[in-house]
Design a protein around this ligand. Structure first.
Ligand SMILES: Cc1cc2nc3c(=O)[nH]c(=O)nc-3n(C[C@H](O)[C@H](O)[C@H](O)COP(=O)(O)OP(=O)(O)OC[C@H]3O[C@@H](n4cnc5c(N)ncnc54)[C@H](O)[C@@H]3O)c2cc1C
Length: 414
């Protein structure tokens, strides 16, 4: 079968790889000059089933409301005229019950765990290098109150089989000596020893190389302009370089997926949520962290990626706007310097902002909808790097007509 994959982020490239493994002819189109220049470019690098919580929770409406008048918040909610934003927000609010939060978290965790296993298989098959470190991830809290709440919340994942250790500040300092000088600012933490870190863009670029070497065609610099359907089938994809046709198609355009789908099917509930990313070089004088972590009180994540420290923060409802300026990074830089003052060279930052393709539930959309040869693989939100390989394997199975290894309840459009 010839399959056309739309989008060259981590989701599109892993899907292309998996489809080649099944013997398909694969063409992938990406509008940028290279793969992984969209949201997959500079994320926090965390492969984190241990942090697969749904954002929609009973506490979320209060936190979002407070962000309307406080500016240093990890969450920034702003009103927009865009009807898709309102539709998305209302559905998000409906997900903010304890029962829905638990269910969505369980579904996310199941896919994340499956995906980590597939990632490890792909690494063993291909040998791709991406500064992969399997040293676990630490989720620490600054106050006793949030620490106790964090331990209670983590029980959902523990019940799903996620390995966790609850650590005191002294045990945290032993786990990562970079935190020893500042340990008094930490109340305690939860260590997910099976979580990992790795550079998502490096992985995507390396895997695109494998895809090409296996005979897949990766057409960068090609913009999809329109999808053409006839009855219950997609018959062509129009691009700025001409019309492309295949037997099956995969929609993996991240935040742009709903725009291209238009009204060919039901509304695809994927909306951008902006995040900011700082990459800092690590020099000989730095005492860099050895274990990636999330400062849960400030919602700041950091990962050691080779000789760089990647730091990300903020969930900003800013529409389709990935612009940024140095001032946007001031609060996160200050908070990182507070906990890891010598952790990296703060004088040479690389700034970036990306748009998470979020669904209100936090689960991605997969499988087909009204068009029986168009497979969705989109809406992976804040854990798209973690979910990528599993979602690609699921898509491969669906295209082959096989039952995926995990149930897809809550992860389809219909
Ligand atoms: C600040 C931040 C931190 C994050 N941290 C983590 C983390 O630690 N762990 C984790 O698991 N996830 C993380 N994520 C989430 C993760 O990065 C995303 O879920 C994932 O990258 C989404 O991949 P994608 O392939 O769907 O989207 P993208 O990478 O955006 O890929 C879509 C591609 O489609 C292309 N495209 C769009 N329109 C067209 C068109 N018309 N024609 C052709 N091509 C087109 C784009 O150029 C793009 O390359 C983070 C995200 C952000 C923003």
């Amino acid at each position: 079968m010839h399959v056309l994959v739309l989008g060259g982020g981590v989701i599109g490239i892993t899907t292309a790889y998996e489809l080649l493994q099944d013997g398909h002819e694969v063409t992938l189109v990406e509008r940028e000059a290279d793969v992984a220049l969209g949201t997959s470019f500079a994320n926090a690098g965390m492969v984190a089933p241990g942090h697969a919580f749904a954002w929609a929770s009973p506490r979320a409406p209060k936190v979002l409301l407070r962000s309307l008048w406080r500016d240093d918040q990890a969450l920034r909610f702003r009103f927009h005229a865009d009807p898709a934003f309102w539709r998305w927000s209302l559905r998000f609010l409906r997900e903010c019950t304890a029962e829905r939060a638990r269910l969505n978290t369980q579904r996310k965790h199941r896919l994340c765990t499956y995906s980590q296993g597939v990632l490890n298989e792909i690494v063993a098959q291909t040998g791709v290098a991406f500064d992969h470190k399997q040293t676990g991830l630490l989720y620490f809290h600054r106050t006793q109150e949030t620490f106790e709440r964090g331990v209670r919340n983590m029980a959902i994942l523990r019940d799903m089989g996620q390995a966790q250790q609850i650590l005191s500040r002294d045990e945290i300092a032993k786990l990562d000596p970079a935190l020893e000088p500042m340990k008094d600012k930490i109340a305690g933490g939860i260590f997910s020893e099976t979580d990992a870190t790795g550079d998502c863009a490096m992985f995507t670029r390396a895997l695109a190389g494998v895809v090409r070497a296996k005979g897949g065609m990766v057409r960068t610099g090609t913009t999809v302009t329109r999808l053409e359907a006839d009855g219950a089938r997609l018959v062509a994809v129009h691009t700025d370089k001409g019309k492309l046709q295949a037997d099956a198609y995969v929609l993996a355009l991240g935040i742009w997926s709903p725009k291209l789908l238009g009204n060919l099917d039901k509304w695809l509930p994927v909306y951008p949520v902006k995040g900011y990313s700082l990459t800092l070089p690590i020099g000989g004088n730095n005492i860099a962290p050895t274990v990636g972590a999330v400062d849960e009180d400030n919602l700041i994540a950091y990962s050691r990626l080779g000789d760089r420290l990647r730091v990300t923060a903020t969930a900003d409802f800013a529409g389709y706007n990935a612009r940024h300026q140095p001032g946007d990074f001031a609060v996160m830089t200050r908070k990182m310097q507070d906990i890891l003052p010598g952790g990296a060279d703060y004088t040479r930052p690389q700034y970036w902002a990306g748009l998470r393709p979020m669904t209100p539930e936090g689960t991605p959309v997969m499988d087909t909808g009204r068009l029986k040869n168009l497979f969705f693989n989109t809406g992976h939100g804040h854990v798209g790097w973690t979910m990528s390989c599993g979602a690609a394997r699921v898509t491969r199975d669906l295209i082959a007509g096989r039952a995926p290894a995990i149930p897809l309840d809550g992860m389809t459009l219909h």
